[in-house]
Write a protein that binds this ligand. Structure first.
Ligand code: FEO
Length: 375
């Protein structure tokens, strides 16, 4: 059954819902997600992006509900990651005359992913346009938001920007528009999405936001989650802050794992200490909570404190994985502190300290305790 929705005159949301998805790119997705695609009906018909292959039937049902047996003339490929492109082999079989448009890097990736598929591919960049009758599409390269092939597509005739992974959220609960979810749900999901996926690319996000600011846009259509209209201003404001690494200076995130409870006691000691100095503190025990939830929280935290017991001269595996993941996300303007209890040697604390320092954190002195912390 179709769940296509007309967003503006001749522009339809035809993507797929994946409400039961539990994890995407290592991060939990408690609300599932969507793989958004958009159909623009003009003298020619243009599809913007595909979906994950597992949800192909939803896309095909939605396309047919809008254009019945009419062919698709153009397919704009904003991004080649398989959550958007893995339906390509079946789509180009269903619409063999469609011409594809995308970046040079997208062309290379699609050729490698789908060597058995046949299609015409046209490389486009910032100076190119695609006219389909009344409407003309413009292309905005946005390298590394999220991959080197990524781009956005601008449709001035409808004041719409198809932003692909930028400005997305993992909300797959059935809504198409931001006005149909609460601001709290929208921004919470966007924060988690930004922290776990987009954070390393703050500089590129800033460049993109600068370009978008010069466009006449009142609707942004990302490739995941709901379309932004009502809360577009709030989302742009949050992205602008997140991209620069700005925090209010009063939030502290403490993340730890503990073998026998001594490092856990230290986490609570640090919580009391920071709360006493008017900070807002959130504590995550990696033995009980998924690391991606802590990453979503620390996006707004100036202080990130990480603790681990020492086991076999190393950090606990949960903390080692978290530190590796965190450093890869390249958070900016953060203060770090390593802490932990140990029995014999205490290498975990030094390892955490060194890894965060190498990752660009401003480091406070480590807090170490042999056996247990003595107040
Ligand atoms: Fe939604 Fe980078 O793919």
């Amino acid at each position: 059954m179709s769940n296509a929705r007309e967003l503006k005159d001749g522009v339809y949301a035809v993507g797929a819902f994946d409400p039961h998805l539990e994890e995407f790119d290592e991060a939990l997705t408690p609300l599932g997600t969507t793989y958004n695609a958009y159909l623009v009906v003009d003298e020619q018909v243009t599809l913007i992006d595909f979906v994950r292959a597992s949800t192909l039937d939803q896309l095909l049902d939605n396309i047919r509900a809008v254009i019945a047996d009419r062919p698709i003339d153009n397919i704009i490929v904003n991004h080649s990651e398989p959550d958007h492109s893995s339906a390509l082999p079946e789509i180009v079989k269903a619409y063999p005359k469609a011409r594809l448009y995308g970046s040079a890097n997208a062309q290379k990736a699609l050729a490698a992913y789908y060597p058995d598929s046949t299609y015409e591919f046209n490389v486009v960049g910032a100076d190119d346009t695609l006219s389909t009758g009344e409407m003309t599409f413009h292309f905005i390269p946005m390298m590394m938001v999220h991959w080197p092939d990524s781009m956005s597509t601008y449709l001035p005739a409808r004041k719409m920007l198809f932003s692909n992974d930028a400005l997305g959220q993992h909300i797959g609960t059935g809504e198409r528009l931001d006005s149909e979810v609460s601001l709290e749900t929208l921004m919470g999901s966007a924060q988690n999405y930004y922290a776990n996926i987009v954070m390393p690319f703050g500089m590129q996000v800033t460049k993109l936001l600068g370009e978008v600011a010069s466009l006449d846009v009142d609707m942004v259509c990302p490739s995941h989650g709901v379309v932004l209209t009502k809360y577009l201003g709030e989302m742009i404001e949050a992205y602008t802050r997140w991209a620069t690494g700005e925090t209010d200076g009063h939030q502290v995130t403490i993340v730890f794992d503990s073998m026998w409870g001594s490092t856990a006691e230290m986490a609570q000691y640090l919580r009391r200490k920071y709360e006493a100095s008017k900070h807002h503190v959130t504590v995550f025990n990696l033995a009980e909570e998924h690391f991606s939830v802590a990453v979503g929280q620390l996006l707004e935290s100036r202080y990130i404190l990480i603790g681990s017991s020492t086991r076999n001269n190393h950090m606990l595996p949960s903390v080692a994985g978290f530190v590796s993941y965190l450093v890869g996300l390249k958070p900016k303007n953060r203060v770090g502190q390593a802490f932990g209890a140990y029995g014999w040697s205490g290498e975990s604390i030094t390892d955490i300290h060194d890894a965060l320092a190498d990752g660009g954190f401003e480091m406070l002195d480590p807090l170490k305790a042999q056996w247990r912390l003595s107040e």
